[in-house]
Ligand binder design. Structure first.
Ligand SMILES: Cc1cc2nc3c(=O)[nH]c(=O)nc-3n(C[C@H](O)[C@H](O)[C@H](O)COP(=O)(O)OP(=O)(O)OC[C@H]3O[C@@H](n4cnc5c(N)ncnc54)[C@H](O)[C@@H]3O)c2cc1C
Length: 441
């Protein structure tokens, strides 16, 4: 799979689908034209997937061309270690599984001084659930769906589950989210998560927190999901999003002197070296944060280290983007983390409905929140909810990365009318609160 999960089954397909849903459902414009506004009335799977296949195809071409341009040889097939310097590539798709099954096929043997493992993850499939890639699917199976279901159960309120729940809810599917824990997206700002839940409920999403799936029964007419509490939820489709498993079982890592954990992940040091120093591992196969951007950066860091080049990392301030409806993004600390660490902060808030650009684009729910140190005026965290959140967050990230303060935003002149103006409004809000404090000093 050229481009991996990112290009073929994960990031790019899901974000292209989302863009198609946003456009065709008219979701982003409903604030202006009313809740019943639609660009297309009967949206089909073909409408959504046509755009997705087009983008995947183009991305694949770009990656192939870049590999060629940089003189990178590409072997298609499943690689597995023969020893710590040798990888055998089987011409067929699969290699050797942990159960000892070996696949036939053409094979090549490649030796190398240094090796980087970037084999990623696949969706974890609980053993008690029978996936049929039709009624009971995971995030890979969603891309092969034949029609938009009228109802859906999403098991797991992690990032992938909630992104797909948003998309289907906007398409008019009645979505029920079942999550074992009492809350969701705990790593994000609590106020933002509350707003997100409110908006998803408004799209007719039902949340079942603190509930466990006991079983899923499938028939010609659909599925019945039974919860441990005895509740039964009928739905056309069930989508499991219950975590991901590192793809190391076919790799024969033991022959290279390595051991994966129970979730198939490899341990690395700060230079992304495994226990065998000339073998590096990067990306989802090493676990958190398991994002496309961090995976790419880890690969760059590993390559620099492998060849003794100096490399600088700004990974301390990594942005997180969640492409829900509305979207969420943040970098730096949350209020909960600062409170836990007893670090004082002041909050500056700007609401999109008070920005001219917010009115123009019809976003009256968005907000930007700055967490600011009252002593040094440094930005400690930036949290954005609403239109273009995943783009806007980078302004705050750049200021934080360069050691800037909220004072810069107070003094800066920003284009008008823009959503970026939210930074100035939030900065003024935080500064006013800090000034009020200083009057008592
Ligand atoms: C539905 C979904 C949505 C996502 N959305 C986002 C998002 O919006 N933003 C974001 O930053 N991240 C997102 N991610 C995460 C992102 O896709 C991953 O972080 C990224 O793809 C990890 O890159 P990687 O190179 O580590 O692994 P992968 O992209 O998983 O690539 C690994 C590749 O190695 C191949 N491989 C595995 N074993 C072998 C073997 N033995 N021999 C040969 N090849 C092998 C696999 O086939 C695959 O092509 C999403 C993921 C999913 C599933």
């Amino acid at each position: 799979m050229i481009g991996g999960v990112c290009t073929q089954t994960g990031t790019i397909p899901s974000k292209t689908l989302r863009e198609a849903v946003l456009y065709l459902t008219g979701y982003a414009m409903r604030g202006l034209y009313g809740e019943s506004y639609r660009v297309k009335q009967d949206i089909t799977v073909q409408d959504l997937l046509a755009r997705t296949h087009f983008v995947i195809g183009r991305e694949e071409e770009v990656i192939r061309a870049q590999l060629q341009r940089n003189r990178v040889d590409l072997y298609s097939g499943a690689g597995r270690f023969l020893d710590e310097h040798t990888v055998e590539v089987l011409g067929e798709q699969l290699g050797e599984r942990s159960d000892g099954r070996v696949f036939r096929g053409e094979h090549q043997t490649i030796t190398a001084e240094r090796i980087v493992i970037a084999t990623g993850t696949r969706p974890a499939r609980p053993s008690q659930v029978e996936f049929d890639d039709h009624r009971v699917v995971d995030s890979d199976g969603i891309l092969a769906m034949e029609r938009i279901p009228s109802s859906m159960v999403v098991v797991g309120a992690g990032v992938i589950g909630i992104e797909y729940a948003s998309m289907f809810a906007a398409l008019g599917t009645r979505v029920t989210v079942v999550e074992r824990r009492p809350t969701m997206l705990d790593f994000c700002d609590a106020e933002v998560v509350e707003s997100l839940k409110f908006h998803l409920r408004d799209l007719a999403v039902t949340f079942r927190f603190g509930e466990e799936v006991a079983g899923v029964a499938v028939s010609d007419r659909g599925t019945i999901t039974t919860l441990a509490s005895g509740k039964k939820i009928p739905a056309e489709t069930v989508m499991y999003s219950a975590g991901r498993q590192g793809v190391t079982d076919e790799l024969g890592v033991a022959r290279a002197g390595l051991e994966a954990d129970a979730r198939g992940r490899l341990k690395v040091d700060e230079h992304f070296r495994t226990a065998v120093p000339h073998i590096y591992a990067v990306g989802d196969v090493i676990g958190f944060p398991a994002l496309a951007a961090t995976s790419m950066e880890q690969g760059r860091q590993a390559a620099y280290h492998a060849f003794g080049e100096q490399v600088h990392s700004a990974a301390g301030i990594t942005p997180f983007g969640i492409y829900t409806f509305p979207e969420v993004s943040y970098c730096g600390a949350t209020e909960a983390e600062l409170t836990e660490a007893a670090i004082p902060y002041e909050v500056g808030i700007s609401r999109y409905r008070e920005l001219a650009r917010g009115q123009i684009v019809g976003d009256d729910y968005g907000m930007l929140k700055l967490l600011v140190s009252p002593e040094s005026h440094a930005l400690l965290g930036v949290h954005v909810f609403g239109t273009s959140a995943t783009e806007l967050v980078h302004v705050g990230q750049a200021i934080m990365g360069c050691g800037g303060t909220v004072d810069y935003l107070v003094d800066a002149v920003l284009n008008y009318p823009t959503l970026s103006e939210a930074y100035k409004v939030a900065a003024l809000d935080a500064t006013n609160k800090i000034r009020a404090l200083e009057q008592f000093a």
